[in-house]
Ligand binder design. Structure first.
Ligand code: OGA
Ligand code: ZN
Ligand code: ZN
Length: 366
């Protein structure tokens, strides 16, 4: 049995599951941290059972006599010295919780799902969504080639993030493009919309037509690239995690700005978010020596992101819908013949919604 002695009293009491402390209908906490006695201490501990008979321990608190019954399984998983885990667990979004990859990882195939099976089989759906969290992407095949279908794809796992581009954006050659994506130009590996705060965490690209010469797709694992930079050139890595970069987008109706480092880390220093987009990086304003250091680091990272072994190349066919983590993967496309037919519809959504959908699917599968 796990000793309770190591548990900080305020922490343990804050997690009391009793009906006075948490509304049994929704599990939400009913008290404020300031309402707990200042000199809180564990008075007595007894073996007990939960209301459904599971082994538990009851704490009688001093000075207020409140009683808390903690299931043994909960104590085993959460007590500070029992977890056997690093001091701070990841939140599911950092490099620690991902499978980092280079192109070779997919020699035997991409993570993909057939649209029909995805719609009818919860296991297929769960696997596809889990791929987005673990590898950063999934390719849905056989998605109906229909205008605005991309929105229905997003709604299978979350909520469409509407932006100044609309609910969806058309990726095709335009006469007066407000973005290079809407030309036949090559687009090097980038994350989308780094000029937004918050950035859209998921992107969908649904291929309707891809008959032009060129226009192949590429993906790069930005977390893997950042980890390589950290190993090969720690100084450059450090600079890219610390220098806020001004990203900007403007057209006649819009003026967006966000300042973020190219490599975002969590408070424990783990890689958590990549923003990289040569088209929308603004003018940095720093002392000359810091500009020099930043640009040299930026270039190093840019070179690393272009290593052929890191880039997964493939070609979207009509009916393919790529769903990917826009805070981790960089996407690219080769140039294509503007006279040829190529049309994708894209949309943004968010990872928290996808993770929630997956968690509920897993709960239901139990
Ligand atoms: C984009 C983009 C890729 C493509 O629109 O943001 O990167 O394949 N498009 O056209
Ligand atoms: Zn309580
Ligand atoms: Zn893009």
């Amino acid at each position: 049995m796990v000793p309770l002695a190591s548990a900080p009293p305020l922490w343990l009491r804050d997690n009391c599951p009793c009906a006075d402390c948490r509304d049994p209908r929704n599990g939400q906490k009913l008290f404020q941290i300031t309402e707990l006695p200042g000199a809180l201490a564990v008075g007595a501990v007894h073996d007990a059972r939960t209301s459904d008979g599971a082994p538990a321990r009851e704490v009688v608190w001093a000075p207020d006599g409140h009683r808390s019954v903690y299931p043994e399984t909960w104590l085993g998983a959460h007590l500070p010295d029992a977890a056997g885990s690093p001091a701070f667990l990841g939140d599911g979004r950092t490099e620690d919780d991902k499978e980092l990859w280079a192109a070779r990882r997919f020699d035997s195939g991409l993570p993909e799902a057939d649209w029909e099976a995805y719609g009818t089989d919860p296991d297929v759906r769960a696997d596809a969504l889990a791929s987005v969290l673990r590898l950063g992407f999934v390719l849905l095949r056989g998605v109906p080639v229909r205008d605005r279908q991309v929105l229905d794809v997003a709604r299978t796992f979350g909520y469409v993030r509407e932006t100044n581009y609309g609910e969806l954006f058309e990726v095709r050659v335009e006469a007066d493009p407000n973005n290079l994506a809407f030309t036949g130009a090559r687009i090097t590996p980038h994350t989308d919309n780094p000029y937004r705060d918050p950035v859209p965490t998921l992107q969908l690209l649904h291929c309707l037509v891809n008959a032009a010469q060129g226009g192949d797709s590429g993906l790069v694992d930005g977390f893997h690239a950042a980890a390589l930079l950290r190993a090969e050139d720690p100084e450059s890595y450090e600079i890219l995690t610390r220098v806020p970069v001004p990203f900007a987008f403007a057209d006649d109706r819009t003026e967006l700005r966000a300042h973020r480092p190219l490599i975002g880390t969590d408070p424990e220093g783990r890689v958590r978010e990549i923003r990289f987009n040569n088209r929308s990086i603004g003018t940095l304003r720093l002392p000359a020596d810091r500009l020099d250091a930043f640009y040299s680091a930026y270039r190093r990272f840019g070179e690393l992101l272009l290593r052929p072994e890191l880039r997964l190349d493939f070609r979207l066919a009509p009916g393919d819908c790529l769903v990917f983590d826009n805070t981790r993967l960089l996407h690219a496309r080769t140039a294509f013949e503007e006279s040829g037919a190529r049309h994708l519809q894209g949309a943004y959504a968010d990872i928290d919604g996808l993770a929630s959908t997956l968690a509920v699917l897993r709960r239901e599968a139990k």
